[in-house]
Design a protein around this ligand. Structure first.
Ligand code: NIG
Ligand code: FE
Length: 384
């Protein structure tokens, strides 16, 4: 199968080629086979499907490197109370844990697939999916197994919070996570994650979790500095984490450590939007040399958007990113946060994961917030 997307008004490559005008892209199978000036494009023969972009923009597919979409239940009432003046607390996770444990597997699968479809329709072509609403061996195993049905980027987050039955023995829960739970979940996962925060896990507990995962061949990433600052960011950087996620409350030393490392900082604007916490100053972070990614953190508690265009718009409006920086962070940045070199850019040999925008420029993603601008999506060369 060959597809030629031609008459592209603005083609963002995220390579040395930069932005091409009046461009075309040739897809062969699941890969990009050629790109260049539309006037030089291969001419059609029988098997070539030609798509006329009619001057609109083409960008890489969005890479959403942080989601929690294996769960049951709903926390709309918690959101409503927060908008009336309440504050976000990690303890709300336990109510989703109760609903998720009680759910039938087919119901979790149905909802998970629904979220994947919802994301695809909004241009997300790669999504990382975490466990973390099971917090017992059977439900965590079920969560990573279901996640592995929909993505290669599966993260074991047994250390999301300490479940109620271990409230008096958090270290005992960590033993469970790094023992039988890791044994059951590691075969389905690529990543190990932990929520390092007051109310969740201490830095030392978090280090134990990440080191146990690393010893099992999983790659580390972390939730840190979401609700306050602490030593978790530097601990994760020292362990070589691919990404530190949230970073709402970073200390100067955290920023310096991130800037000197190849750990990505994944900012999650949906969380600040939905919890009314202060937006991180992405401008300052980027200027300091930190590599920034953007992701949705789709989850029923702190951020229930699955829209990367929404996160881009908020990052531009509230966090000081330029539209181009935000687009990079939502595509190439996400690829870096997932240590992937086959996605996030438009180049020969890369996966053909592309978005056709119903707009002449990527700037419209933040200039026209809330407007459905996704006119076409290709995932592995196939239209979604
Ligand atoms: O990334 N920070 C921890 N976990 C999620 C929130 C989960 C919840 O509130 O249910 C997050 O924000
Ligand atoms: Fe999260």
């Amino acid at each position: 199968m060959r597809t030629l997307i031609t008459d592209i008004g603005e083609l963002t490559t995220h390579t040395a080629a930069g932005v091409l005008r009046d461009a075309a892209v040739l897809i062969e199978g699941d890969r990009i086979a050629w790109l260049g000036a539309a006037s030089d494009a291969p001419t059609g023969d029988g098997d070539l499907v030609v798509v006329d972009a009619a001057g609109r923009a083409v960008i890489p597919g969005f890479i959403d490197s942080h989601s929690h979409i294996v769960f049951a239940g709903d926390r709309a009432a918690e959101f409503e109370a927060r908008m009336a003046g309440g504050t976000y607390a990690a303890g709300g996770i336990r109510s989703t844990v109760a609903a998720t444990r009680a759910a039938e597997e087919h119901e979790l699968r149905r909802r998970l697939r629904g979220f994947i479809d919802e994301m695809r329709a909004q241009g997300t072509t790669t999504v990382e999916v975490k466990s973390g609403y099971g917090l017992d061996v059977a439900t965590e195993e079920r969560s990573v197994r279901l996640a592995a049905e929909v993505t290669d980027e599966v993260t074991f987050l047994g250390a999301h919070v300490v479940p109620a039955e271990y409230a008096e023995d958090p270290d005992g829960y960590v033993d469970l996570v790094i023992g039988p739970m890791l044994d059951a979940c590691a075969p389905y996962a690529r990543w190990i994650d932990v929520f390092c925060e007051t109310g969740a896990f201490t830095v030392e507990q978090s280090r134990r979790v990440l080191e146990a995962g690393i010893a099992r061949g999983l790659l580390p990433r972390i939730h840190a500095a979401q609700l306050g600052s602490g030593d978790g960011v530097r601990m994760a950087v020292a362990l070589g984490a691919a990404s530190v996620d949230h970073g709402t409350y970073l200390a100067d030393e955290d920023i310096a450590a991130l800037a000197e490392s190849d750990t990505v900082l994944t900012l999650l604007p949906g969380v600040e939007f939905s919890t009314r916490q202060p937006y991180p100053d992405a401008r300052r972070l980027i200027d300091a040399g930190v590599t920034v990614a953007l992701a949705c953190d789709t989850n029923p508690g702190s951020s229930f958007t699955s829209s990367m265009p929404f996160c881009i718009a908020v990052a531009v409006r509230e966090m000081g990113m330029t539209p181009r920086e935000a687009l990079w962070a939502a595509t190439a940045g996400g690829a870096a946060a997932l240590r992937r070199d086959d996605i996030g850019r438009v180049d020969v040999g890369m996966r053909a994961d592309l978005i056709l925008l119903a707009a002449p420029s990527h700037v419209h993603l933040s200039y026209r917030p809330g407007v459905p601008l996704i006119a076409g999506v290709w995932k592995d060369g196939v239209t979604v």
